[in-house]
Every structure is written in C-alpha cells, then in structure tokens.
Ligand binder design. Structure first.
Ligand SMILES: [Mg+2]
Length: 213
C-alpha cells in the first residue's frame, strides 16, 4: 500500500491538555482530582465531556456554560503543551516524504495557537474553521480535499475510537490509534479499537508504523 499523507488529531495526540483543563477546573472551583476523575467516568460511559458541569457544578448546569467558561478561562494552547514526541515525529515524516497535516475538533482560535508554534506541517486545520466536526463524515471529506490524496492513501492518527478511528475507517482512510490521554487509554480495549490498522503509545513509533502498513 502506498501512503502519501499522515494527519494527526489535536487534543491528546499533539497537544497535552492537562494544563488548560486544569485551568478550567480551577476556574469552576472544582478540585483537579475530582474534575479529572469525573471526566474519566464520563468517557467510560460514552457521554459528552460537557456533562461534567452538570455533575460537579449543577448550579452551572447549562451545557453552553461549558464553552463560555472555557472562553473566560484564557483556555489556549501554548508551545509547552505540545507533547515532546510531536516535533521529531513531524520532521521525520516530512523527511520520509509524506504530506503531514494536523486536524482536529477545536475552536478556530486554537488553530491560531497551533499555527504560531512552528510545527513542521503542510496543513493545520480545525473543525472551527471548517464548520464541520468529527465524527461527521464531512470532516474527513474536507480533510481528504485538503491534501488532495485518495482516502486510502491517508493515515489518520487519533486517541479517540469514537471520534477518530471509526469515522476515519468509514471514510476509507487508514486509522492509527495512539493510546495516550484519558480517551486513548479508556478506549483501547473497545471492540471498535480493532478497526485501527496500528496501535501506538508514542508518536516516536509513528514513522515506522506508517512505513509498515
Ligand atoms: Mg484527540
């Protein structure tokens, strides 16, 4: 199989969200241990993380409050939030001749954050800019159009089985599951996780994994 392009998801694939989510926990005055434990329970139950507020701060129970609070929290990505294995991986993928992209479900402001980090990528995109979000098929159609290669020649790397692996597979792309972050670990043994063509634990494994597909 000829692989031409490799796209990486953003949250917990490229960006370690520990610091920004901790800021949100502090903002709503919920201890971080409580915040992250409840988040994990929601992930296990397949529920939306925005339900977290309804549990830990029922006085702020409207789901739209979640996004408003994020905006009030100075929630943004900094260069220090990029996982340490990202830059060497992107450089190595480019060296091997692949088209490299970063595309995930994020507000368009987070795209600006990432663009300012000097990552080695041909394309950086977010659901906020495209107006379509994972797991919608339109997100992956947009991604395919972005690089111009057929779906079967594109690898998509993500931590979530429901939002990354399953819809990338449905779109005809080649899904690779990265087991890190809360979703990555908790989704690892789901039956649908087997739809990934490879499972990795760090991005340092990715160039060789792509080569072996
Ligand atoms: Mg993610």
């Amino acid at each position: 199989m000829t692989i031409r392009a490799v796209f990486l998801d953003v949250g917990e694939t490229v960006i370690n969200e520990t610091r920004p989510w901790s800021l949100l926990a502090d903002r709503i005055e919920v201890p971080r241990m409580t915040f992250f434990s409840v988040l994990g329970a929601l992930i296990v139950e397949g529920r939306n993380h925005r339900e977290l507020l309804e549990i830990v701060r029922p006085d702020l129970e409207k789901r739209e409050d979640f996004d408003r609070l994020i905006n009030e929290t100075d929630y943004r990505f900094l260069p220090e939030d990029v996982y340490g294995d990202v830059r060497p991986c992107l450089i190595e993928l480019k060296r091997r001749g692949y088209y490299v992209g970063v595309a995930g479900n994020q507000a368009v402001e987070r795209e600006d954050d990432i663009r300012g980090m000097g990552l080695t990528a041909d394309s950086i995109a977010t659901s906020g800019r495209w107006g379509v979000a994972k797991p919608e098929p339109a997100f992956f159609e947009r991604l395919i159009a972005e690089c111009g290669y057929p779906a079967g020649e594109i690898v998509y790397v993500g931590d979530r089985v429901d939002n990354d692996i399953v819809p990338a597979d449905r779109a005809g792309m080649i899904p690779v599951h990265i087991v890190r972050g809360p979703w990555g670990h908790l989704h690892r043994n789901r039956p649908d996780a087997r739809r990934a063509r490879a499972q990795i634990r760090t991005l340092s494994e990715l160039p060789a994994a792509v080569e072996s597909l």
